[in-house]
Ligand binder design. Structure first.
Ligand code: RNT
Ligand code: ZN
Length: 416
């Protein structure tokens, strides 16, 4: 890129090596969530969508309605996103050949074979999630914490089945699989008994974990949440519960930045967990006034999370996934935009003079630390970004949108 050389010189003045930054960025795996492509519907014949706590809003044309369409859309998105990717699947995206439907508690690796084939062709790893929502066995908003043993047992079987599927993905791709547990369980009103549901959740998870798995290939993560729609007063899997559980059982904590009080910062929590966990998993999203899962922007919150990952030297410790769903704009554009913004935030973080800034902190030179932090915001960042895109062979700037426009008129328009 024509301006890259001068940008490189500018950054080098502060000891920042732009080539090294580009190189590191290209190797950070970003997990692309399949559910942005179809409004979190999945492929089950009687998908109970709309129930459960996952809400998408908007009615943009071209939602992927079957595995072929979703794979084609993912393929388009992947071609426009630089860097290393993984695909993040949910159990509700099992693919059934004619007449061989299996309910969630009976899922097997074979129901995900086409996904494995797809990802092997793309040479990417796979992450996985049991789907504890949008299903008739979610009773009164409860799954693993239900007082009804039949309900709990159904979801325990689901959890175990997902461990087997995660291991199948990891073994066959050669890439570790992050298996994330999130349950929507909770109450709209102040419950009379907060303890029993948590004890039941704890026991159910213990039961699921009796399923043997290879801990060097499958990383089980637990995702807490402060509240959900219809669960405003109490969630069973609260942050304290999930962290304590994960820590006591050797699991990995997962933090979704939409799941906390609005003034809490997930960026700050990374260094708080880092000393205690081998791995930390993240769902990067954007909440607007609530856990609304808007498309990731290149904004302060995302930059701050990226900055912490880099400055805490946690790049090998974190599993980075995205979790948002917008059906009011072109869904492929949503994927590409969010992924690129997240990578921009990581690049931005990689281009900061962390060593210098922390020296200033230790010297209590807070004035200079503040000034430098601000000045770097207007450094020639975009020249380095464009260089990265060029080296990765993806479209620069907004040119990628043109490709999506063509895909929209040639493919998506015809889906209605
Ligand atoms: C829900 C959680 C969860 C889901 C996905 C689809 O609040 O964030 O991670 O969004 O599993
Ligand atoms: Zn999440």
């Amino acid at each position: 890129m024509k301006n890259y050389k001068s940008a490189k010189v500018e950054y080098a003045k502060y000891g920042v090596d732009t080539d090294a930054a580009i190189d590191i960025l290209s190797k950070i795996p970003i997990s692309l969530h399949c559910w942005q492509g179809d409004d979190v519907m999945g492929f089950e014949p009687a998908a109970d969508s709309g129930k459960g706590q996952i809400v998408t809003t908007g009615s943009y044309i071209g939602r992927a309605r079957n595995p072929e369409e979703l794979m084609a859309d993912i393929e388009k998105a992947l071609s426009l996103i630089p860097g290393k990717k993984k695909l993040n699947l949910h159990a509700s995206y099992a693919i059934f050949k004619d007449g061989e439907y299996a309910d969630r508690d009976m899922l097997e690796p074979k129901h995900f074979e086409p996904w494995l084939k797809f990802c092997k062709k793309k040479r990417i790893g796979i992450d996985f999630n049991p789907t504890f929502f949008s299903h008739p066995m979610v009773k009164d908003n409860l799954t693993l914490s239900s007082p009804d043993k039949k309900v709990r047992d159904f979801w325990i079987r689901h959890g175990k089945a997902c461990i087997r599927i995660a291991e199948y993905f990891a073994k066959n791709t050669g890439v570790e699989c992050v298996l994330n547990f999130w349950i929507p369980d909770g109450y709209k009103e102040t419950p009379a008994d907060r303890l029993s549901p948590r004890l039941r959740y704890q026991q159910a998870l213990d039961e699921i974990l009796t399923e043997p798995y290879d801990k060097s290939k499958v990383y089980i993560t637990l995702e807490p949440k402060l509240f959900g729609i219809g669960l405003e007063s109490y969630t069973v899997g609260s942050p304290e519960f999930c962290l304590s559980y994960a820590h006591s059982r050797g699991l990995t904590p997962l933090m979704d930045n939409g799941h906390y009080h609005p003034t809490e910062s997930v960026a700050d929590k990374i260094s708080a967990l880092a000393p205690f966990y081998e791995k930390i998993a993240l769902h990067i999203t954007r909440g607007v006034r609530w856990d609304s899962d808007h498309v990731i922007r290149f904004d302060d919150e995302t930059k701050e999370i990226a900055k912490e990952i880099v400055s805490c030297d946690c790049l090998d410790k974190v599993f980075i996934a995205m979790d948002y769903f917008d059906s009011s704009i072109n869904r492929i554009a949503a994927w590409v935009l969010g992924s690129r913004n997240l990578q921009k935030a990581l690049l931005y973080a990689l281009l900061l003079p962390h060593k210098k800034l922390s020296e200033l902190q230790d010297e209590a030179n807070f004035t200079k630390m503040f000034v430098m932090d601000e000045e770097f915001k207007t450094f020639p960042f975009n020249d380095v970004w464009d260089e990265y895109c060029e080296r990765e062979n993806v479209e620069l700037s907004m040119n990628w949108l043109r490709e999506i426009d063509i895909y929209e008129s040639e493919v998506l328009d015809k889906r209605n």
